[in-house]
Design a protein around this ligand. Structure first.
Ligand code: GLN
Length: 282
């Protein structure tokens, strides 16, 4: 151990420690964690390489680094994640927005009437709902979620981006009896239960199972959402759903079996994976 912990020494030590704990981009993440702990940007970090840290600064660094060493996602520690070019607050208990989901927003925005009524089932952090409302300022956006932590976070993200979201506690369509929408979107839980334990530690040990677990084959929520959605869609209204890798054929089959949808389509994410399936109520 060095006698004096300069910024550079702490950075080098943190990088080695995180790498040992299985963190992939250990050097970069070490920089971000130190920036957050010390309240500086990366340039600040670099120009202070030789500066010895105070005891309080070391304590602050240690607190953040030990969280990351336990494989808590960096986004929970830093408290934010970019999605669709917008900065979202994220917090433990709510799924972290994924860039893969941006295609759902793009496909939905292209099909939504400018003053449409839109429902996001399982609103989570609010990333889809807020991004859609930013894209189409005339829409009336509603989101529901069974998690109160999610609803509180979505409300903060709506306020952060100055959009109005109606947020409702509840599961799937249960709070919306008799209500009609022009567009329904959802990124439901879709990981097969048995696969949950094979996910990377950050997801497996820290993100909410409730937002990931799609039942035995991962398709439980599609089986519930797709048959019921037509009761809440105006004629010509759209249902767009995010899906997991390899689920396109099965979910398309559920759209076809519902016998209420035309113009069934799929869209690929930037990685080339079929990520969205949608259909239009006839
Ligand atoms: N895309 C997320 C993941 O890979 C899963 C999100 C979901 O189940 N809807 O971890």
């Amino acid at each position: 151990m060095p006698d004096t912990w300069t910024t550079l020494k702490v950075l080098t030590w943190t990088k080695g420690y995180l790498a040992e704990k299985g963190v992939e981009n250990a050097r970069l993440e070490a920089e971000w964690l130190l920036c957050a702990a010390l309240g500086m940007d990366r340039v600040g970090l670099y120009v202070n390489f030789d500066k010895p840290l105070t005891a309080a600064e070391l304590t602050a660094c240690r607190a953040l680094v030990s969280r990351r060493a336990r494989r808590e996602p960096l986004q929970y520690i830093l408290g934010s994640q970019d999605f669709y070019g917008l900065d979202f607050e994220v917090a433990p208990g709510v799924l972290i927005p994924r860039h893969d989901t941006e295609i759902l927003v793009r496909e939905a925005a292209g099909r939504c009437p400018p003053a449409g009524r839109v429902l996001d089932i399982g609103v989570g952090s609010g990333c889809i709902a807020v991004a859609l409302a930013k894209e189409l300022p005339g829409i009336e956006m509603t989101g529901c979620d069974p998690s109160s932590a999610a609803l509180e976070l979505a409300a903060r993200n709506a306020a952060r981006h100055a959009v109005v979201l109606a947020l409702v506690a509840g599961s799937l369509f249960e709070p919306f009896q008799g209500m009609m929408f022009d567009l329904i979107v959802s990124n439901p839980p879709y990981i097969p239960s048995a696969d949950l334990d094979t996910l990377q530690a950050e997801v497996r040990d820290h993100e909410p199972r409730q937002a990931l677990d799609g039942g035995a084959d991962g398709l439980d929520f599609y089986r519930r959402i797709i048959p019921e959605a037509p009761c809440h869609l105006v004629p010509g209204g759209w249902l767009l759903l995010e899906i997991g890798m390899g689920q396109a054929a099965d979910v398309r089959g559920l759209f076809e079996a519902a016998d209420k949808f035309t113009e069934i389509f799929s869209a690929r994410d930037t990685g080339g994976i079929e990520r969205v399936i949608g259909g239009r109520k006839w």
